[in-house]
Design a protein around this ligand. Sequence first.
Ligand code: SAM
Length: 196
Amino acid sequence: MDGSRLWMALVHHPVLDREGRSVTTSVTNLDVHDLARSARTYSLAGLVIVTPIEAQRRIVERIVGYWEEPEHAARIPRRKEALELVRIARDVEEAKNLVHEAHGRTPELVGTSARSGPGRISWQELRTGIQARPHRPRLILLGTGWGLADRILDSCEAILSPIEGTGGYNHLSVRSAGAVTLDRLLGSERPEHAGP
Ligand code: SAM
């Protein structure tokens, strides 16, 4: 599957807190590393870290910059390959502009959430859409905290149905949810028992 025009954004504002208020969360080093590795694994065009806080953007620059230094890159070359996909934006609009600059077209915004709700599309529908129109840039938004604020979800052309496990427990980390989403959209369809 061709993910060359698929981007992912990790959104730190506006997201929800436990009480459903719109807040700004802090960037987590692990989120940047893990989501960059997932993005690289599925050959995404890029991973955008979205935060309105200047100091937080500097932290992301330091995370990426560390792996650009030869002696660190030499230690784990594959990590450098992943972090090279990382971009930084103040808000979702700027993330959209980054994708537009890369492909000359405004991306389709695809929201994600652990909550079901009206207008969700199945990951199969989106997978089929990517197969049918791989040249259309798409930006998948992942939230932090207690999820993306409604005004972000409302701005999306599509919202993916939640990933559901086998019972009522549904508290995936954004890192796990990002990886599962990418595998469902782009992963090999080859059944496990298929031969070489
Ligand atoms: N209760 C929150 C919600 O409704 O999204 C979970 C927030 S989770 C810590 C952070 C992000 O991971 C979510 O904004 C979403 O992008 C993703 N995520 C977590 N669980 C998910 C699920 N079951 N299905 C789809 N995305 C999920």
